[in-house]
Ligand binder design. Structure first.
Ligand SMILES: Cc1cc2nc3c(=O)[nH]c(=O)nc-3n(C[C@H](O)[C@H](O)[C@H](O)COP(=O)(O)OP(=O)(O)OC[C@H]3O[C@@H](n4cnc5c(N)ncnc54)[C@H](O)[C@@H]3O)c2cc1C
Length: 422
């Protein structure tokens, strides 16, 4: 038997463990520090309503092998609802513009429309001359100054809480629609909706939200809950995980912790760059809000600090308690980093859709921030650890802006590369 320890029962750890358990010669044990599976996709029941303690997780993928893997474990027809994204930007002046904003310039008044089309003429020439090196330059060069000023700058400033010219570009791929100037002209003329984006159409669980997904992926696995791993030590004939012997370890927690608990492999040169890695947390505030038809509402206004409302009550009717008034739904209001309850309540009062507070949850690690050297450094550390039988993958292990499907894909790739699993 080969004994393999998987650390973390989030999407990455559960995917790895499911993959590895296929081989009868593998004995796989998952360690999870919390009392339930899911990590970032965990949900809670709050007075009969479903609270995503982080975000409002929906599923889809561009990778066929990930879709095949996923739908082998779930029944699409009976367990999921398929929904079209209907997101809007709620502008400072209460104007509501469908997302992505660059396809719906015709919703704005004449002066904004004229300025936008003048910008397009300019950026068409500029784009041929230079490549952006930071997020601010990228947004100006891609969408023009008018949209940058009225939406991209104020919205992203709330999300990133730093000058946008200090935000690198490595994380961007697949995260924003990337229309060309020609496409923006065409889309506006013909009122075209964006369909290429991974979550333009998505699947959502009929009951229990993403906790249902985590619970299903945890089925059949040996998972030790309430078991934080605080020591990984290589020896001549194996690896000790909190003192227990294994042949291999797959770490799916936070890379900052991994380098601090590892003994027996020299990772000294990685300690400082990993300590320096930056990230954001999120305060997810569970609320009742006015009924509306939207999935996500983006909020650029500087009159309050929240940047997005995820209308989870619209994802499945079961997410709302039967006792909820018929003109209300439940939703998650998101704030970057930690915000105290008093401040939350003050902010909610200034927001549209009349949110009333139910509860909130703060996650310290939600958005990794890469710099230009992060990916190369992480790859080097992987190479350093692999000969000892220690591997890692996951959003905060790889310090990557992974969606669930991308995390699943990375986990599947890892088992193919190192464990010979097809
Ligand atoms: C606000 C927000 C919204 C999102 N929305 C979507 C969406 O709609 N669709 C989508 O596809 N993706 C979405 N994502 C991305 C998605 O959440 C992640 O891709 C996915 O959850 C990452 O899973 P993971 O297993 O890599 O990490 P995590 O979920 O962080 O799991 C790590 C697990 O390891 C455990 N752990 C850590 N250290 C230890 C230790 N020492 N010992 C034992 N256990 C340990 C943790 O408790 C946790 O359970 C969103 C992310 C955020 C932040």
């Amino acid at each position: 038997m080969k004994r393999i320890a998987v650390i973390g029962a989030g999407v990455s750890g559960l995917t790895i463990a499911q993959q590895l358990s296929h081989k009868p010669e593998n004995e796989v044990i998952v360690y999870e520090k919390e009392s339930q599976p899911g990590g970032l996709i965990r949900c809670q029941d709050v007075q009969g309503n479903l609270f995503h303690t982080c975000g409002g997780h929906v599923f889809n993928s561009k990778r066929q092998d990930v879709l095949d893997w996923f739908w082998n474990r779930f029944d699409q027809g009976t367990e999921f609802r398929k929904t079209d994204r209907y997101s809007v930007v709620h502008m400072r002046d209460e104007l509501v513009v469908p997302y992505p904003i660059e396809n719906h310039i015709y919703c704005f008044d004449q002066s904004i429309q004229e300025a936008f089309y003048k910008d397009l003429d300019e950026i068409e020439i500029e784009q041929k001359k230079w490549q952006p090196q930071n997020f601010e330059d990228f947004l100006r060069l891609r969408f023009g100054q008018t949209l940058y000023d009225c939406y991209f700058q104020p919205y992203n400033h709330k999300v990133w809480r730093r000058p946008l010219n200090t935000v690198p570009l490595t994380w961007l791929e697949g995260k924003l629609p990337m229309p060309t100037v020609e496409e923006m002209r065409y889309n506006n003329q013909h009122h075209i909706e964006e369909k290429q984006f991974v979550h333009a159409t998505f699947y959502y669980e009929k009951e229990k939200g993403s906790q249902f997904l985590a619970n299903r992926l945890a089925e059949g696995l040996t998972i030790r809950y309430n078991s934080p791993i605080s020591s990984i030590q290589t020896e001549k004939d194996g690896i000790l995980v909190n003192g227990e012997r294994f042949d291999n370890v797959v770490f799916c927690g936070n890379i900052k912790q991994l380098v601090s608990i590892l003994e027996g492999v020299d990772v000294t040169e990685f300690v400082q760059p990993i300590e320096a890695l930056e990230s954001h947390g999120t305060t997810a505030v569970f609320c009742e809000i006015d009924k509306n038809p939207y999935t996500w509402i983006y909020l650029p206004s500087d009159q309050y600090k929240a940047h997005r409302i995820i209308c989870t009550g619209n994802f499945s009717p079961k997410n709302n308690a039967p006792s909820l008034a018929t003109n209300r739904i439940t939703a998650t209001v998101e704030f970057t980093d930690e915000i105290i309850k008093e401040d939350i309540l003050r902010n909610l009062q200034a927001m549209p859709y009349h949110p009333t507070y139910l509860t909130h949850h703060y996650n310290q690690y939600t958005y990794p921030i890469q710099d230009n050297g992060t990916r190369a450094m992480i790859q080097q550390l992987k190479k350093r650890l692999a000969p000892s039988g220690i591997y890692f993958t996951g959003r905060f292990a790889d310090w990557e802006y992974y969606n669930m499907d991308v995390a699943m894909g990375a986990a599947i790739d890892l088992t193919r590369s190192f464990f010979d699993i097809v």
